[in-house]
Design a protein around this ligand. Sequence first.
Ligand code: GLY
Length: 257
Amino acid sequence: MRHALVRGVSPAMNRCELTHRVREAIDIKRAEGQHRAYVAALVDLGCRVHEIPADPNLPDSVFVEDTAVVVGDAAVITWPGAASRRPEIESVRAFLSDRLEVLRMEPPATLDGGDVLRVGRMLYVGASGRTNAEGIAQLRALVTPRGYGVVPVVVTGCLHLKSAVTEVADGVLLANRNYLDVDAFVGVEWIDVDPREPDAANGLQVGDEVLFPTAYPRTAERLRRLGTRVHAVDVSELAKAEGAVTCCSLIWDTAGS
Ligand code: GLY
């Protein structure tokens, strides 16, 4: 069974953190509608969706991916790089603790789940403005006994590693290689975003389909031409908060159907 944890759009989303984007007004009703459609797409793709209610005090909490990293039957609860986001972790921890073994990171480590790209048993971890060296070291100490490797990747010019690169098929990475140190990656195949769509590297692979923003049709066409099944979703209001399709869910598998 494939599970997806999501969290509703906060009515305070206009007070979100922004790092590389200019602030634009977010239409909360429209963002909520886009989020409902995103959730419906996850259901279409076979996920059992669990939803934590929206929190009016936590502007970025829809981006639930940043609060935890799932490795097998365990979840590492992160210590997010932005102080405003740290109160998001408690409700995620409480939800996951009934379902997965929960492991904790401790400050001064900081790490956002958006910086962790799992490819097989390897976790590529963005050394970004949100994830520090101590965060990468703590993650390594927690996941190494579970058979996962950790490789740091320098990220520049975008928020998270997964703003720059995501896996769209087993071992196949969609990327804007200008944003990251490609030499860190071993044994992967690359698909480049269309140069007119530099922020198009974030797709969410669910089974053999990829949830992908409607905002990037040229890159979507590249993916389709290479045989990827693209499930397009409009996340334009969520993108104004510097979020993308991977950030809005935390996905894990359990045995059985
Ligand atoms: N607004 C998303 C983030 O900065 O974490």
